[in-house]
Design a protein around this ligand. Sequence first.
Ligand SMILES: Nc1nc2c(ncn2[C@@H]2O[C@H](COP(=O)(O)OP(=O)(O)OP(=O)(O)O)[C@@H](O)[C@H]2O)c(=O)[nH]1
Length: 432
Amino acid sequence: MSTPRSSSLASVLHRAQLRVALVALLTVGLLLSCSSFFALRASLSHNLELVGRSISYSVEAAVMFQDAEATRLVLKNIVDREGLNEARVLLSNGTELAAYHRASQHSRLSRLARWLFPMQASSSVQLDGMEVARVELQSDSVALLLTLAWSLGAILLGILLTALTVLWASRRIEHIILDPLLALARHTRAVREERAYSRRAPTAQVKEIDQLGADFNALLAEVQANEAELQRRHEALRSDHDLLSFTAKHDALTGAANRAYFEQELQDSITEAQLKNTELALLFLDADKFKEVNDRYGHDAGDKVLVELVQRMRANVRDSDLVGRLGGDEFVILLRPLRHSSDAARIQQQLLTSLRETPIAIGAGISLTLSASIGIAAFPKDGDSAENLLRTADLAMYREKSMAASPNKSPSPMPSSSHAGLGNLSEKGAPL
Ligand SMILES: Nc1nc2c(ncn2[C@@H]2O[C@H](COP(=O)(O)OP(=O)(O)OP(=O)(O)O)[C@@H](O)[C@H]2O)c(=O)[nH]1
């Protein structure tokens, strides 16, 4: 099925107005012209008959004496006075007694008028009730022709004026109706394309269009409110999702990466380091005698120590590095990338120094000096998988811890490690 060709509202209105105006004008014009034409014709015909009768009376005497010259004189006087074309008097035997033709009858207009609208009349000349002659008249129909021409001219002029008026009216309608409709259409398109629901349609002069704009604005306001509500819910969902995602990946107490997330990040970092041919380092930290903190000062104090441990670790590494908690008092740090092979040992020492020199406040004026054992494993030197690296760093940490517990024992060949060296938990600021 073919799609109907669409026209603009302006052209539809133009055509409709023009058609209505032309039909009305032609109907009225033609009716008026015809009625005035026939009225004029009837009047002229009646007048011609009266003139014929008048001539009949006037030529009675001349006819009686068959005085052609006198008859012609009468005919001339009346024909000239009444503006007729010609008049003649025919005797009862059919012979013409006298005739008079006006000069103007030979003009083209006159001939055309006579041909189009022949106007004739005849009247009898009687003597003692007997018809002795007939007067035949022919009128000039130029007046009729001119009337018709004027009417047609008026109709044409009317058509021209109507077309101009329709054009002017169309422009006015365009301004009053079309412009606001087009503005509304443009506005709707802009709202749809830009999703700018805060935009509002302008007011219009025409009540119905203004109402349409107001309804559209009300609809936009609803859409805007729904959009805002959707946006708010979306934000809330995203924030919930972010929180859930963070919670799923991080340790609730310290905020450090949990074991699963840390292992995944470690594996991803290894893959990336393999591709980029860079190095990584893993520091495995286990607090020494942490159980005693819990036992002496309570679980909350232990929690504070764990939180502080993570803060110290973070304070000593870059944003790109990752601090994780594997569980209990076991923590890991992933240095990614490892720029210099000495960086891991340097950070290890910084942490041990920090723990040794800066006690951890656990509240009520009590501060603890905690020692820790830190083992190091490097990629690719000590392993090429997350599991291997963790195991190697863990062994290094245990090696360090065991050395701290038995300082006289010679170290077994393990990856590099270090220890704060304090061995015992010590308290500052409050008695044990
Ligand atoms: N406060 C607190 N304690 C915890 C938490 N998780 C584990 N622990 C405790 O941490 C202690 C760890 O003890 P161990 O594994 O024996 O370690 P340690 O006492 O440091 O002994 P070494 O490592 O051999 O020096 C246990 O008493 C756990 O109950 C926690 O989230 N908060």
